[in-house]
Design a protein around this ligand. Structure first.
Ligand SMILES: C[S@@+](CC[C@H](N)C(=O)[O-])C[C@H]1O[C@@H](n2cnc3c(N)ncnc32)[C@H](O)[C@@H]1O
Length: 252
């Protein structure tokens, strides 16, 4: 495959780790569950990357609109080209902390994006900002991963459609919970993209994050996770799995 014909690394990323339609549907369901069956219309996707969740949100209903905020110019421009046909999607190149309006029904920070904040005051500042940007009844959703496996070094490999996806946990510091994670891809023609994405994160725990959401002023904070039947819903307990992923859902 010539270099020109190889898919963009963001396109491969979207196929490898995102399910934008399912994520948009879940966000709508979470809002309804927290608001007595009422629907959400305006979504804000923070740390939006491919902006594909916001795009799927707009495409899921003619009345739905979304704003996607992404700091990295080349990523945002790729998303602009990819979603140029979607009228109700507004893409903004900015730090999430710079954008305070319009107020929205739902804000999503997915794929562990809030882990970019390494210290409590910075994360609390973002959570307060996210809360302020919500209309009354508005809901903030973020995802979290954890379990003993999240602190173990190593690489997991998963074959996908036309490429291989690798998730590497390269370093973890038990003192600071700083974690260095990488995504690598190997394409069908054998071409490898090492460290296609690199994350310098703080591995926050669920109790820490719940505490910070409450401190930020959110009135109702729930953990949502996948049940045995595959459906994602509110959970009071999680099994002590080697690796787990959950959503934190917080109502203004
Ligand atoms: C882990 S990726 C997640 C992308 C996407 N939300 C997803 O679900 O796959 C985090 C993204 O946040 C962007 N980002 C990092 N810091 C940011 C900030 N302060 N404001 C806006 N975007 C930021 C990065 O450029 C990157 O595209």
């Amino acid at each position: 495959m010539s270099k020109a014909k190889r898919p963009h690394r963001l396109e491969i990323y979207e196929h490898a780790v995102q399910q934008p339609w399912a994520e948009a549907a879940l966000l709508g369901r979470i809002y309804e569950a927290m608001n007595g069956g009422e629907s959400a219309w305006l979504l804000r996707e923070d740390f939006a990357g491919t902006c594909s969740v916001a795009a799927s949100w707009c495409e899921s209903h003619p009345e739905r609109q979304a704003m996607a905020v992404e700091l990295h110019g080349p990523t945002l421009r790729w998303a602009q080209r990819r979603h140029a046909h979607i009228e109700d999607l507004h893409l903004v190149e900015a730090d999430v902390m710079q954008i305070a309006s319009p107020k929205v029904d739902l804000t999503a920070a997915l794929n562990f994006s809030t882990f970019i904040y390494h210290d409590e005051s910075a994360l609390l500042g973002y959570l307060r900002h996210a809360r302020k940007g919500l209309r009354p009844g508005g809901v903030f959703v973020m995802d979290v991963f954890g379990g003993p496996g999240a602190q173990r070094l190593g690489t997991q490999t998963r074959p996908a459609d036309g490429f291989t996806y690798q998730w590497e946990q390269r370093a973890f510091d038990p003192i600071t919970h700083r974690i260095d994670c990488r995504i690598h891809f190997t394409l069908g023609d054998g071409h490898t993209i090492r460290s296609a994405f690199r994350y310098d994160w703080r591995l926050w725990t669920l109790p820490e994050l719940r505490g910070l959401l409450s401190k930020a002023g959110f009135g109702q904070v729930e953990v949502w996770s996948e049940a045995k039947n595959g459906r994602i819903g509110p959970a009071k307990r999680l099994p002590a799995a080697e690796d787990w992923v959950a959503y934190l859902v917080a109502k203004r």
